[in-house]
Ligand binder design. Structure first.
Ligand code: SF4
Length: 714
């Protein structure tokens, strides 16, 4: 290679899914915004591999469609003007209506340092917890499930467990498309060990099913019943680990009784799940006999009005068999976003505080307040995503600051969200993109630095913290999110607490809080990275991927949790949760006879603001489409390539018809990605019912009653 004089290679992390692949980026300072992307062979998440999206990152780093300067009421201005306007606007709302009249809606795209600072500002200094995140739509039910079972939001497994497993159950997870590099690792594991069995539980036949030994085409929303049936079966067939249950768990009988009451008979479970008894028995039999079992669950489980209960039904089966904390075993939730896990670390959800502390725990509130040296800290949980936009719609929230996300497209009942923002007194949006559906509604637009410009850390779904490093200088007047927040905080009188010079400063503070008085409750805390509290700038720059907890005693991190059978509950025992399975809240009816499912495509990311810039990625699926079973297509007079109108009680859209037996009769599938920016045919979020899980607040995005008719232009 004739390396140009200005060429340099930089190790960073992919900004898309929760797999968290390491990247080696080669840039030439003389050429401008061009980069060659390769997988980092040394990164333990991907060992040099990248999927289609990661490989195409070079297509997405141009300044095309970038927001390059601040704007107030569509007039470009300098930073001082914009920041003063934001600070004055927020101060005025607080004075008139109190801190709860302010809201933030942020994103799993933020780096941990950005996430920490915005939560500190809102919860610690504005004094309200009305700050939630788009991760609420992705994994909040998994968080609730872990907290109820383990006493902490602690993902027990590593990717190595998938490779060591002899049975992998993938439920509600199109892993092949949504977490492609982990799926490649699973496929490789199967090549190396033909005895490894893969069970896929999904109403649709997806690309993941190509590698499955058994595909259970479960009726939408019935996972809780299926896993309750499994717990009953394990007890009936003497497959329980009674010693483990006695030594390390509590409330088993309560959970088993509930499982027996609701799913005591395989035939009835199979019938209610829309499956054959033989297939259910095969799955249960494999599970009962295979010690090394990992159950992976993702949005198909979480995005449900009973998502938390489904997660606990899965965890119950692992606790009942002692399959946790050992190689090749465990309940493993897959998160969608690159830093969903980092957001969880810093209290990114409206009901949590930094360092995995809780807003419903006075001791935690007191501890964080003393660490931040504030007397203004929020003292109760705030509004979760759907409720938060309802409050904007109702006019009780007067000002909202949206950062790095596009709720006008992605939230359920998205037309209501759009109208709420149109009516809101003050809408501030920080984004690196110039014109998303949400940016278009902002009174104040703040240009944020993009992926290729920011420095910080992200944590992937196996708790691995990796560095994101800048490839280019900031475009235009763009700034890091933590800088923007800190500048506003300083203008509102909190300079002393937001006097950061770099992302390393913030990371050290975040690490110090994770170890602050961590023996106060007489038991170890799950999230502890206090080993990094004194990291030098240089060491932060060189930080290697590492899985938390990382303490001075344990400086190389932790591959697997609960190896000693001790959990983070008061008793140090894991809790079984009694589950009463519930069907989706809104059921199909004669007007809306289909169940509409939404999801991701292989080559697009969220609302396409970056992946939509790549011709190669757009070629995979070039326009919005709806998948329908051939019998339904015939009944509704739809042909392949027709346009169809899909409607629900909440909204409608137009999409190209794809007829496929991968769909079950009575169901439709529409991808989540298209927006007004890329299509004039509407967005699926407008159709999705705004029902939420009562424990986690996660919306039921997978099951909305819907109708389909051939499209007729007016
Ligand atoms: Fe990026 Fe996820 Fe693909 Fe890895 S698997 S390259 S993290 S999108």
């Amino acid at each position: 290679m004739t390396a140009a004089m200005n060429e340099k290679t930089i190790k960073t992390t992919c900004p898309y899914c929760g797999v968290g692949c390491g990247i080696v980026a080669t840039v030439d300072d003389a050429i401008g915004h061009q980069v060659t992307i390769q997988g980092d062979p040394d990164h333990p998440s991907n060992f040099g591999k990248l999927c289609s999206k990661g490989s195409a990152l070079g297509d997405t780093v141009s300044t095309e469609n970038r927001l390059l300067h601040p704007e107030v009421h569509c007039i470009p201005c300098d930073w001082n003007t914009a920041l003063d306007t934001v600070a004055d606007g927020l101060t005025s709302v607080i004075r008139q209506y109190g801190p709860d009249a302010i809201a933030f809606y942020v994103s799993g795209q933020l780096l941990t340092e950005d996430y920490y600072v915005v939560n500190k500002f809102m919860k610690g200094f504005i004094g309200s917890a009305n700050i939630d995140t788009n991760s609420r739509l992705c994994m909040s039910s998994a968080v609730t499930g872990y907290k109820r079972a383990f006493g902490a939001d602690a993902v027990p497994c590593s990717y190595e467990d998938l490779e060591a497993a002899e049975l992998i159950v993938l439920t509600g997870s199109n892993t092949a498309w949504c977490h492609p590099i982990v799926f490649q690792r699973i496929r490789k594991a199967k090549e190396n060990n033909p005895a490894l069995k893969i069970v896929v539980i999904d109403p649709r036949r997806t690309a993941t099913c190509d590698s499955a030994d058994l595909h259970l085409t479960i009726k939408p929303g019935m996972d809780g019943l299926l896993f309750n049936g499994l717990l009953t079966y394990l007890a009936q067939t003497d497959a329980l680990d009674n010693d483990y249950i006695a030594a390390h768990t509590q409330d088993f009988e309560w959970a088993l009784q509930s499982a027996r009451n609701t799913a005591g008979n395989i035939e009835i479970v199979a019938q209610d799940c829309g499956l054959s008894s033989a297939d259910v028995e095969k799955f249960y039999g494999w599970y009962a006999k295979t010690a090394k079992t990992v159950t992976v669950y993702s949005q198909g489980v979480n995005q449900s009005s009973s998502g938390s209960d489904k997660c606990n039904a899965i965890i119950n089966c692992h606790l009942a068999t002692g399959r946790i904390g050992k190689p090749g075993m465990g309940p493993f939730s897959f998160t969608g976003q690159p830093n969903a896990m980092g957001g969880r670390e810093v209290g990114g959800l409206a009901n949590t505080l930094a360092a995995h502390m809780e807003l419903d725990n006075p001791e935690h509130i007191d501890r964080v307040a003393r660490f931040w040296q504030t007397d203004r800290i929020a003292t109760r949980p705030g509004l979760k995503a759907v409720e938060l936009f309802d409050a904007i719609d109702a006019g009780t929230i007067k000002a909202v600051w949206i950062i790095a996300t596009n709720p006008v497209v992605t939230l359920p009942d998205a037309d209501k969200v759009k109208n709420a923002l149109k009516r809101c007194n003050l809408v501030i949006v920080s984004d690196c993109i110039k014109n998303t559906d949400t940016v278009d509604l902002a009174h104040i637009r703040l240009p944020a630095a993009g992926w290729s410009e920011k420095a910080g850390t992200v944590t992937n779904m196996e708790r691995r913290i990796s560095r994101q490093r800048p490839l280019f200088p900031f475009s235009g007047l763009a700034k890091p999110d933590w800088w923007i927040i800190s500048q506003v905080a300083a203008r509102m009188g909190f300079k002393h607490a937001f006097d950061y010079r770099s992302s390393a400063d913030i990371f050290r503070e975040h690490a110090a809080l994770s170890g602050f008085e961590n023996n106060l409750e007489g038991q170890p805390r799950d999230f502890d990275i206090s080993a990094f509290a004194d990291l030098t700038e240089d060491a932060y720059d060189r930080l290697q991927p590492v899985q938390w907890p990382v303490t001075k005693k344990n400086p190389n991190g932790t591959e697997r949790l609960f190896t000693d059978g001790k959990f983070y509950t008061a008793s140090r025992k894991a809790r079984f949760i009694a589950i009463r399975p519930r069907a989706p809240v809104n059921k199909p009816d004669p007007n809306y006879p289909f169940t509409l499912n939404t999801g991701r495509l292989r080559d697009q990311w969220h609302t396409m603001t970056r992946t939509g810039l790549s011709a190669k990625l757009n070629a995979h699926k070039p326009e919005p489409f709806v998948e329908i079973h051939p019998l339904d297509a015939a009944r509704y007079h739809l042909q392949t390539h027709d346009l169809a109108t899909i409607s629900s009680l909440w909204g409608n859209m137009i999409a190209r018809v794809v007829i496929t037996e991968n769909q079950q009769p009575g169901s439709l599938f529409v991808p989540m990605h298209w927006t007004a920016q890329f299509s004039s045919r509407g967005r699926v979020g407008a159709l999705v019912n705004p029902v939420i899980d009562p424990h986690s607040g996660q919306p039921e995005s997978k099951q909305t009653p819907a109708a389909i008719t051939p499209y007729r232009a007016l």
